[in-house]
Design a protein around this ligand. Structure first.
Ligand code: MLC
Ligand code: AMP
Length: 505
């Protein structure tokens, strides 16, 4: 097994001038440009003194240079650590202290904050990459040679660490190996039948599994061009879809496309494939999209800890309300709380096994052990059922997680912050149905019986959280109450809160 980059590069087109990234301003990065730029950055990373296995962290906007930085880190044998630019100091401090990267690449506007965090965590090198893809990172790489001999890696060597927040509040770094990513890339490329001439409309962020691995790996492996957009915008998507053949998005993208004027069968007649994932696609969205466009969205299911596990078939029946069949090489089973296999159709805990399943959580051997069964199955924390003919339906989550617009928010992290505010006795954070984001983060807060408690308001709580947390994690609403509902064991009944505060309830 070699370096994941070598596998991807084997799919690059023979013509090195063929387009890899097509930008909103019409600019193009060819496959040759990608190879040379990643060579320069890989040479720079080595010249800085980083060694294979060291971490390279990046908190930057989506630009070609950001993607090239990922490829350079792979080539040099480093472990890539992408971070959402929305994260604030509190979050960055934790990631840097935990992962101890040798190089941290930040946005210039976050330099002061990043420098303080990097100093505190003992990060040796801090470089900048701005939102136009320029900065000290690129300047430092400019004198480096274009050629770089991609470092050989073993299959179980780490390629990336992606942080996923934990139910206990502390984020966990999911360690993904070259083999994990390579096997999933190849499987998806083949299963979704990528073909010569495919063009991917890429509007996802590239700091998560969906945008960075699922989307980019399929396109690179296929030597395809990507219409590489900084973010999702429904009008822009409609303008670009006639030039694409494949689109991947979270359900919110499809909800917004359906609301935008101009989504017609004619507008998408060149398209070969629409893929949805990262959060449940409502049946009504699936049906409305088919009725409007004639295209049946292909829904698939996966998570940071292993990439994609299941997918609706390319040629067979794409069954709405299901996430399809286990992908080749991945096994899926449903078990009850005692670990006994469930019958077809019965709801239970979803467990998975396969070469794509991650290596473990960074420096958390006990958490890793707790998430695997004795016979090596990974406990996803999702709940669902397998039909008699093998289709998986996800009916809920055993883990306390809110997915808002495809981004995960762990209630415990928000509850801890709210509970620390003056005047707060306790709090519960829940997800409520939301037409655009799927779920909306909502806080229910109990006041202390004192003047600080009496002075609490929704606005004051939100203002206090805003500086500390990425904005997408902020509650869309805060409800102040006298007490939380509890069961006989004293556990907060979040299901009761969800019913009470649901828009329809
Ligand atoms: C932005 N905001 C959100 C939000 N995104 N609030 C809740 N949930 C979200 N997902 C807030 C911002 O903080 C800001 O708040 C306001 O909305 C406007 O910000 P914006 O950046 O203009 O929003 P917009 O561009 O509309 O972004 C929404 C979105 C985006 C849905 C297009 O979040 C997105 O692209 N999501 C996809 C995430 C993704 O890639 N997930 C895959 C994870 S991988 P304020 O207060 O500042 O105004 C994974 C595994 C798998 O899950 O299976 O794939
Ligand atoms: P993340 O930890 O960000 O990788 O998110 C993974 C989680 O997203 C999974 O454990 C599921 O709960 C959820 N998820 C991903 N795809 C789907 C889908 N198609 N339907 C329902 N939930 C999904």
């Amino acid at each position: 097994m070699s370096n994941l980059y070598s596998l991807l590069a084997a799919g690059f087109p023979e013509d090195s001038q063929a387009a890899c990234l097509i930008l909103p301003d019409g600019g193009t990065w060819s496959y040759g440009d990608i190879e040379r730029a990643s060579g320069r950055l890989a040479n720079l990373i080595v010249a800085l003194g980083l060694r294979p296995g060291d971490r390279v962290a990046a908190q930057v906007e989506k630009t070609p240079a950001a993607l090239v930085l990922y490829l350079a880190a792979l080539r040099a044998g480093m472990v890539f650590l992408p971070l959402n630019p929305a994260y604030r100091r509190h979050e960055i401090d934790y990631f840097l202290a935990d992962a101890k990267p040798g190089l941290f690449v930040c946005r210039p506007q976050a330099r002061a904050l990043a420098a303080a965090a990097a100093r505190q965590a003992g990060v040796a090198h801090l470089l900048e990459l701005d939102d136009a893809g320029r900065g000290s990172l690129i300047d430092a790489a400019a004198p480096q040679a274009d050629d770089f001999k991609t470092v050989a890696r073993r299959g179980d060597d780490l390629a990336a660490i992606l942080y996923t927040s934990g139910t206990t509040g502390r984020s966990k770094g999911a360690m993904l190996s070259h083999a994990n990513l390579a096997v999933n890339a190849q499987t998806l490329h083949d299963y979704w039948r990528f073909e010569p001439g495919d063009v991917l409309l890429h509007m996802l962020p590239i700091f998560h599994v969906h945008g960075l691995f699922v989307a980019c790996h399929c396109a690179l492996l296929n030597g395809s061009a990507m219409l590489f957009e900084p973010k999702f915008d429904a009008r822009r998507a409609l303008a670009l879809l006639p030039h694409a053949t494949v689109f991947m998005g979270v359900p919110t993208y499809y909800v917004r496309l359906l609301q935008a004027p101009g989504l017609t069968a004619a507008a998408v007649r060149h398209m070969r494939l629409f893929v949805s994932g990262s959060a449940p696609l409502l049946r009504e969205t699936f049906d409305a999209f088919r009725a409007r466009t004639g295209h049946t969205i292909l829904e698939r299911y996966g998570m940071t800890e292993g990439g994609m596990f299941t997918s609706n078939p390319y040629a067979g029946e794409r069954r709405g309300g299901t996430v399809g069949l286990p992908l080749p090489g991945t096994a899926v089973r449903i078990v009850d709380d005692k670990g006994m296999a469930c019958a077809a159709g019965a709801i239970g805990n979803i467990q998975v096994k396969g070469d794509n399943v991650f290596v473990g959580y960074w420096q958390m051997p006990e958490k890793t052990r707790a998430e695997f069964t004795a016979d090596g199955w990974f406990k996803t924390g999702d709940v669902g059922a397998l039909s008699a003919d093998g289709y998986l339906s996800i009916s809920g989550r055993a883990k306390d997680l809110v997915i808002s617009g495809g981004l995960n928010v762990y209630p415990k992290e928000i509850e801890d912050m709210i509970d620390a505010l003056p005047g707060v006795a306790e709090s519960a954070v829940i997800g409520l149905p939301h037409a655009d984001f799927g779920e909306a983060v909502t806080a229910v807060v109990v006041r202390q019986q004192n003047p600080a408690g009496a002075a609490l308001t929704e606005a004051a709580i939100l203002a206090a959280l805003r500086g500390e947390l990425a904005a997408f994690k902020l509650p869309k609403r805060v409800h102040l109450v006298d007490a939380l509902p509890r069961n006989a064991m004293g556990k907060v009944q979040k299901n009761v809160l969800r019913e009470q505060y649901s828009p329809a309830g």
